[in-house]
Design a protein around this ligand. Structure first.
Ligand SMILES: Cc1cc2nc3c(=O)[nH]c(=O)nc-3n(C[C@H](O)[C@H](O)[C@H](O)COP(=O)(O)O)c2cc1C
Length: 167
C-alpha cells in the first residue's frame, strides 16, 4: 500500500495528456485500466455502463473529428468510450460513469499512460460511428497512450480557502 502522502502526490501529479507515443498499449495495461473502471462504485451498485475500446485507426480518426477539442486523439494508439445506460440507473448514470472515467484515468496514470477527458463532441455522430444505442449516453472518449514529451506543468487550482468552508 502507498503511503498516504505519496498517494496525494500521485493525485496531484496527474495531468491531462494530449500527446502520445506511437507505441501500442500493452494488453495487460489495457485490462488493468478497464478493470479499474469495472470496480468503480455506483448508486445501488447498478453499474450502468459499457466501455468501448476503439483500436481501429480509421474509426479513431472519424470519431476524433466529431470532437471540438479532441482532434488530437486520432494519434493515440487507442481510446475508450464510456457509455452510460439511463435505462439501468436513470438518476445516476452520469455520475457513475464520471467516476469510471476518473478511476480509469488514475489507473492509466499509474501505468505511465496519459489520457484526457474529451467532453464536447457531436454525440449523435460519435454514437452512430461507435454503434451506441440511441437511448444510451456517450459520456466521454478517453484517448490512451504512453506519454510523449514532457509532462505538462500543473494547471492552476483554486486555493483550499476559496473552495472550503468549515461550519
Ligand atoms: C468534464 C470535462 C471535460 C473536458 N473536456 C476536454 C476536451 O474536450 N478536450 C480537452 O483537451 N480537454 C478536456 N478536459 C480536460 C481539462 O481541460 C483538464 O482536466 C483541466 O484543464 C485541468 O488540467 P489537468 O487535467 O491536467 O489537471 C475536460 C475535463 C473534464 C473534467
Amino acid at each position: 500500500m502507498w503511503h498516504p502522502e505519496e498517494f496525494l502526490e500521485f493525485l496531484k501529479g496527474r495531468r491531462s495528456i494530449r500527446s502520445f507515443k506511437k507505441e501500442e498499449i500493452k494488453e495487460k495495461h489495457l485490462q488493468m485500466i478497464l478493470e479499474a473502471g469495472r470496480w468503480t462504485p455506483s448508486a445501488s451498485n447498478r453499474q450502468p455502463w459499457e466501455f468501448i475500446v476503439i483500436k481501429d485507426r480509421e474509426k479513431l480518426q472519424k470519431v476524433s473529428e466529431t470532437t471540438v477539442y479532441g482532434k488530437f486523439f486520432k494519434l493515440a494508439p487507442l481510446a475508450v468510450a464510456i457509455v452510460g445506460k439511463p435505462s439501468e440507473s436513470p438518476n445516476w448514470y452520469q455520475v457513475d460513469t464520471s467516476l469510471v472515467s476518473m478511476q480509469m484515468m488514475l489507473m492509466a496514470w499509474a501505468l505511465g499512460i496519459g489520457s484526457c477527458w474529451i467532453g464536447s463532441m457531436d454525440r449523435e455522430k460519435a454514437k452512430e460511428l461507435l454503434g451506441i444505442a440511441n437511448e444510451d449516453y456517450l459520456l466521454t472518449i478517453l484517448p490512451l497512450g504512453y506519454i510523449k514529451g514532457n509532462i505538462p506543468k500543473p494547471k492552476l487550482r483554486k486555493s483550499l480557502q476559496q473552495v472550503t468552508k468549515e461550519i
